[in-house]
Design a protein around this ligand. Structure first.
Ligand code: GSH
Length: 217
């Protein structure tokens, strides 16, 4: 097994699949490639060995022989680019699928991440409570646009692609907010993504990893 990805030694979400190694695992499962996992403890994230793999001291990373990559989008793109099935062969369809990858990470994920920032990093601020409805409204705005574009299609542009893989991964972060359920077609879209056998395998693998017994000391 030559591919190694890194993941939190134990994800703060306790195995709910929200850490970004899940999207990389999902991509690898979709293309049928085995991989190993390098657990990274919190205290090791900013140490030189991990910083050599990831300049910002985050997860996930991807190693394959002499190649080391960071950024989940770049990793998923690399996997999709080198194996059939996650990006169309036809150049224009491929370019559109790549647009959806960028849209997921650059346009849809940032307002969604604001919810987490507001809750976990700014929750103690006196203005935190007043800000949340504004953040939710911005997310709703994006979801409204995305829902309008998806309509009653199964996937964003023809067959399932790496664009859908990233978009579903990003939208999954919204589940606990209830916002996703305001858009029935998006909720169904996410459910379709989660129902894919490759997603199930990726989810179960990260869950098993994050709930594995750990030896004391
Ligand atoms: N844009 C990066 C974000 C990576 C990221 O934020 N990773 C989180 C885990 S999902 C992390 O390592 N957090 C710990 C930290 O930032 O110190 C990507 O998509 O890979």
């Amino acid at each position: 097994m030559s591919i190694i990805i890194s993941a939190f030694d134990r994800s703060p979400d306790g195995g709910r699949g929200l850490a970004r190694d899940t999207r990389v695992r999902w991509a690898l499962e979709e293309v049928g490639v085995d991989y190993g996992v390098r657990p990274v403890a919190w205290q090791a994230m900013q140490e030189p060995a991990h910083l050599a793999r990831h300049p910002f001291g985050q997860i996930p990373t991807f190693e394959d022989g002499g190649l080391t990559l960071f950024e989940s989008g770049a990793i998923v793109f690399h996997i999709a680019d080198r194996h059939a099935s996650l990006l169309p062969e036809a150049p224009e369809a491929r370019a559109r699928a790549i647009s959806w990858m960028f849209a997921a990470l650059n346009t849809v994920e940032p307002p969604i991440l604001d919810i987490q920032t507001a809750m976990f990093q700014e929750g103690e601020q006196p203005w935190a409570k007043a800000r949340m409805p504004l953040i939710h409204e911005r997310v709703r705005g994006r979801l409204r646009q995305l829902a309008a574009r998806l309509g009653d299609a199964d996937w964003l542009d023809g067959a399932f692609s790496a664009g859908d893989l990233l978009m579903v991964s990003v939208l999954l972060r919204l589940r606990s907010s209830g916002l996703l359920d305001e858009f029935a077609n998006l909720a169904a879209y996410v459910a379709r993504g989660e129902a894919r056998p490759a997603y199930r395998r990726a989810f179960e693998a990260q869950r098993a990893f994050n709930t594995r017994p750990q030896s004391a000391g």
